[in-house]
Write a protein that binds this ligand. Sequence first.
Ligand SMILES: Cc1ncc(COP(=O)(O)O)c(C=O)c1O
Length: 405
Amino acid sequence: MKTHWEARFAHRTKKIMSSVIREILKFTQQPDIISFAGGLPAPDVFPIKEFTIASSKVLDEQGPLALQYSTTEGYNPLRDWVVADMAKQGLKIERENVIFTNGSQQGLDLIGKIFLNRGDKIIVEAPTYLGALQAWNSYGVEYVQVETDENGIIPEEFEKALRYGIKLAYILPSFQNPTGKTIPQDRRQKILEIADKHGIPIIEDDPYGQLRYEGEHIPSILCMDDKFRNPGGDVYDGNVIYLSTFSKLLAPGIRLAWTIGPKEVIQKLVYAKQGTDLHTSTLIQMVAYETAKDGFLEKHIEMIKKTYSERRQVMLDSLEEHFPACTSWTKPEGGLFLWVTLPEQINAEDLLQVAIEKKVAFVPGSPFYPNDGGKNTLRLNFSVSNPDEIKEGVKRLAEAIKASL
Ligand SMILES: Cc1ncc(COP(=O)(O)O)c(C=O)c1O
């Protein structure tokens, strides 16, 4: 008898859907489409030569160890690198506060695995990162969307949302995906204090914090939490779980990221990861460490910033030149994305069909709202297309909008 698979899937599987973004990306593989849809870093900034050299060095020097099973927590020199990097930001952590994962995406999923029960409520910014929703949907959670303004999540709305019996708050304070918005320091402090008052942990997702093109650095919520509750400077044991990644600093294909948190949380994440994949690739961790160490990463980040900063400016100038006055957009100080708001009557999903006919693509905004909203919004990526493509793509998109008005 042929198995009726649909009847066999677990309840949680019913909530797992293919990402809208991935579906859209399928379209945009056509070579003549200018795609602002993906969240991809530019392939021309990948450190291919350095990876080649580092790979053979690691295999020569480490031999079979590089190809052997390894510890779930991650490669210790990399964990120590995170410890040292955080020390520069004034945060005292130890190796046991750090776990390396297969991308931050796995970090988000493992957080789901250790914390989330069916029916738990998570605060998210409206809009928020789609990948987190995908990671947590299968745990049967509900989302409480909190309104944002040009400075990100609004503290008063955040506090109101805490009435709903919240398990966790998920916040992307720097150059948010999808909007490019950044939460200023005083607002971060308010959010931190409100979360503290109500005893709500914050998941801080920060893949883009190091990609700032203008303005002053703002400390992470993690570092601010430490200052707030730990004036004695003991090893971090606060309320924030922080994720960052090499995806946008080296290359996403290496799937290498880290989570920082109180030791008891990291220990549980380690157990959860053991059951998932035993550990992150030994070889990749060693090669990434070999590539990043001795100052290469810092220089490389400077180069990436120069490239993306120019592309961002080209996109902002082109939007100014071509987009109709009834549209508006964010002006991110860093990251990979900006967010466009269209007139109410334009549905961005309909606009996408017109845009694809004109050979340009973007991601409509509504999938970034877990409950509802954003029908007349869209996300544009400015890192992956070169300046000429950006100018042409924005021109085509402006034509699509004007045709839809
Ligand atoms: C906000 C956010 N979190 C997490 C991720 C996933 O990153 P990684 O490639 O490390 O899995 C991304 C990737 O685009 C992201 O934008």
